[in-house]
Design a protein around this ligand. Sequence first.
Ligand SMILES: Nc1ncnc2c1ncn2[C@@H]1O[C@H](COP(=O)(O)OP(=O)(O)O)[C@@H](O)[C@H]1O
Ligand code: SF4
Ligand SMILES: [Mg+2]
Length: 441
Amino acid sequence: MTQDPNVRSQVEPTEVGANAAETGERDLEAEPHDAYSDHEVQVPGALEGHVASRLDPDAPAVLEVEDLKMYFPVKSSGLVRRTIGHVQAVDGVSFQVPKGGSLGLVGESGCGKSTTGRLITRLYTPTAGSMMFEGQDLAKLSNRAMKPLRRDVQMIFQDPYTSLNPRHTVGAIVGAPLAVHNVVPKNKILPRVQELLEVVGLNPEHYNRYPNEFSGGQRQRIGIARALTLNPKLLVADEPVSALDVSIQAQVINLLQDLQREFDIAFLFIAHDLAVVRHFCPEVAVMYLGKIVEIADRETLYAAPYHPYTQALLSAVPDVKQAAIGGRRERIRLEGDVPSPINPPSGCRFRTRCPLAQEICAKVEPPLLQVGPRHKVACHFAGELGQHPATPVTAGLLGVDDQGSPSASGPAATEVSTGPGYAKEWFDVKARQMTSQAGTA
Ligand SMILES: Nc1ncnc2c1ncn2[C@@H]1O[C@H](COP(=O)(O)OP(=O)(O)O)[C@@H](O)[C@H]1O
Ligand code: SF4
Ligand SMILES: [Mg+2]
């Protein structure tokens, strides 16, 4: 592992982590899906020994996002600039971030991840939807009413080179939120800054230096210290390690994980590939063109995803364990480019690149259906890789025939929950009926 010379303390594996390394690997397939609290996952090199974050299925949500939308207007050129369309950057996403937990948000570039993060931190005001945080809807608050809440919800940005002002010292950068929010007397700012530099593993005496005197990994630590200044309850980390060297990535992820444990911070952790969030996030949502197409606990999402897009993303993740699970290593190549979010495909947005697409996919949008205790998927042909059904599993629920035309019988009376969080009953796609932990509903 490359050592950062200015980094004082490298994050040590925790006691639990050491035990995890000793215990070694366990077979994912043999693992029951409800074993959330007792599960190790394989992690790449430098993360080994650092125990993966765990899911507390009973933790209350610190953030509950429902049907969130952000449409950016597209203007015509010329003197009179009329709105001629909208970029549907985020189009109806719902999810929860548990208190002190972390949700991963993954998808290719341009699918709306950063916009989602910027909505939550209210750098943008949403077009529609709600974002409940501690009993208040962040979507509806004025800028003034948002000010005290900005302390609680902070963001770590992707690029440590552009997100720090090169003309300000590290002390001024990390101390700025304290000054803006007027939370400590002036003479207490420096000691607090030094304390934070130490917390993120930097030399506290370096507060007078400028960002260009630090490496990429150190700059990201400065950005993390700045985000921690006001003791946030929720951190939106927007691809916090994408711009860093692979060897440094693991150090920064370990640091974030330690901070999460120590300060009980909840994370929305954004990444463009599934490998990065695997260690940190016990729950992961996959986005495509402004929508969540699959969301599940880590064990389910990595071992038995139901959506062809997740399956394709996962086939690109180099992982020995994947090879052990039914030989799923063959690479699924995604054909073509991501379509424009100004004019997305009808029905299922993934259909222009989906190897399974049929007539119904162009006509009817698949709902994000709960298909397991902590698993939701939006696909008419949802199923494990190589076991996708021949006829749409959603047809009966939606009241359409197999081609997507309205059927005489109409939609099934079954209540299908599509809001944030999980219901106690879900739709078993194999049996094609509602079920629950106790059995068929
Ligand atoms: N301020 C903006 N104005 C117009 N379009 C935007 C703006 N920000 C993002 N977009 C568009 O919204 C879509 C989603 O972008 P973004 O949220 O940055 O995706 P990601 O972070 O997943 O790469 C993209 O098509 C992008 O071009
Ligand atoms: S709904 Fe159809 S196009 Fe969309 S992912 Fe499923 S099979 Fe593919
Ligand atoms: Mg982004």
